[in-house]
Ligand binder design. Structure first.
Ligand SMILES: NC(=O)c1ccc[n+]([C@@H]2O[C@H](COP(=O)([O-])OP(=O)(O)OC[C@H]3O[C@@H](n4cnc5c(N)ncnc54)[C@H](OP(=O)(O)O)[C@@H]3O)[C@@H](O)[C@H]2O)c1
Length: 403
């Protein structure tokens, strides 16, 4: 086997699964830019290595023989039972088996969805494994239970990082907290789908890579352990919604707490309506987060004591969902408007070079300027001038630019 496939042998090489996702993307970016050259991270996409395919896992890990594995992959939370089982459970177990064979650490990501409701829940708390559980929590719980067993019986060196509601940039699938922000910005939340008491824990996606780095460097302390990676203070859902509403200067949602039975009834009617629309060929889908509707009305807070008592030092203890809101709103609203997912009434492009305006109204100008663009070398490796077809005026301009 070709150890690490030609990378610098002094570096530890890891394999990250799920590198295009919200959490995986942040980890990939961090290890590319901020780890001081200690680690190299390979991040095959799901076409190259699908967790559903044991052969993919075997081939890739045998070829690269990494020093650690990080798994942030999940299938969409409303996927069917087979896809959910194969990706979230079987894929996890096969990665852990490979980690045992290679004698390397396996860093796993799990979710508060495996826990009951309640206040200040510790890492030992888990739901009971029953057939009634929805696919996503069932698969995540099964994966946690399997990892515990493999640690006990086979000595798997793993760390299970449990996240609560995640907030952060680059959630391109618009899930969880970001889905709620979208519903508010899109004005599709008429009332408050919660009550005054419901509190939840939140996890800051930006801080996750710092923790992963720390966990990799402190195997003795974190081996075989589950840790809640959550902000210390729980957040009131209604307060969060109303804060976003005031930032966005919205009329909706009205400050009326919709009782759970009414919210459930409304959601069930919407599900029936979307089914009917699909039957007559109109594409429609309910947000998968509706499976957690009951949780909007119940408190679930995860104890951060274990994290606080560990050797990990929070890189930005002041940051909370509230301090990050302005940045998140700016990022997501710009993105959703650019993608035409949100259509504001009076959109003003920030486009000082008027590129969008030219693209819209004078596309021929773009082609006309192509000549100037392509003669300029793009890679530093390319000798100047390119192709010997540069007229002297362009040549002069190029020389001036290079000086
Ligand atoms: N986001 C949250 O609010 C939240 C809350 C609690 C816990 N968590 C946990 O945090 C972890 C990361 O979640 P996330 O929000 O970052 O997820 P995400 O944004 O949905 O990303 C999921 C990733 O999994 C990959 N993937 C899907 N199917 C795969 C397959 N068959 N083989 C290999 N890769 C596959 C996806 O790649 P493609 O795009 O190529 O399919 C994507 O990169 C998960 O364990 C999740 O349970 C998340």
């Amino acid at each position: 086997m070709d150890k690490h496939d030609g990378s610098d042998n002094n570096k530890k090489v890891g394999v990250l699964i799920g590198g295009s996702g919200l959490i995986g993307g942040g980890i990939l970016h961090y290890f590319k830019t901020m780890n001081g050259g200690e680690f190299d991270l390979l991040a095959p996409n799901s076409k190259r290595l699908s967790l559903r395919d044991p052969d993919d896992i075997q081939l890739y890990l045998k070829r690269h023989t990494p020093d650690f594995i990080i798994n942030t992959a999940i299938t969409a939370i409303d996927s069917n039972p087979l896809l959910t089982y194969e990706t979230n459970y079987r894929g996890t177990v096969n990665l852990a088996r490979a980690a045992i064979d290679l004698g390397i650490p396996y860093i796993h990501f799990s979710s508060a969805a495996v826990m009951p409701t309640g206040d200040n829940l510790t890492e030992d708390e888990q739901l009971s494994l029953t057939p009634e559980l929805a696919n996503y929590p069932k698969s995540k719980l099964l994966a946690e239970l399997a990892l515990q067993e493999m640690h006990r019986r086979l000595g798997l060196d793993y760390t299970n990082i449990r996240l609560a509601v995640v907030y952060g940039e680059h959630d391109h699938k618009i899930q969880g907290f970001q889905r709620m922000l979208f519903a508010l910005a899109d004005q599709t939340m008429p009332f408050l789908f919660t009550n005054q008491q419901a509190l939840h824990s939140y996890s800051n996606a930006k801080k996750v890579p710092f923790f992963v780095h720390h966990v990799l460097k402190h195997r003795q302390e974190f081996g075989g352990r589950t840790v809640h990676f959550v902000d210390p203070n729980p957040v009131s859902l209604s307060q969060l919604i109303l804060t976003i509403k005031s930032y966005l200067v919205l009329k909706r949602p009205r400050e009326i707490f919709l009782p759970y039975p009414l919210a459930r009834f409304g959601a069930d009617c919407m599900v029936a309506l979307t089914r009917m629309l699909r039957r007559i060929g109109i594409e429609s889908k309910m947000p998968p987060e509706l499976m957690f509707l009951e949780n909007f009305y119940q408190t679930q807070t995860l104890s951060a004591a274990k994290l606080r008592q560990s050797s990990f030092v929070d890189p930005n203890p002041q940051a909370t969902i509230f301090t990050e809101l302005p940045m998140l709103i700016q990022y997501y609203l710009t993105r959703w408007e650019d993608l035409n997912l949100l259509v504001p009434e009076d959109k003003i492009f920030f486009d000082p070079n008027k590129r969008a305006e030219i693209f819209l109204n004078k596309p021929e100008q773009i082609l006309a300027s192509l000549g100037d663009d392509v003669v300029r070398p793009f890679l530093d490796t390319c000798t100047w001038p390119r192709g010997g077809v540069v007229d002297s005026e362009v040549e002069d301009k190029e020389r001036q630019n290079m000086i």
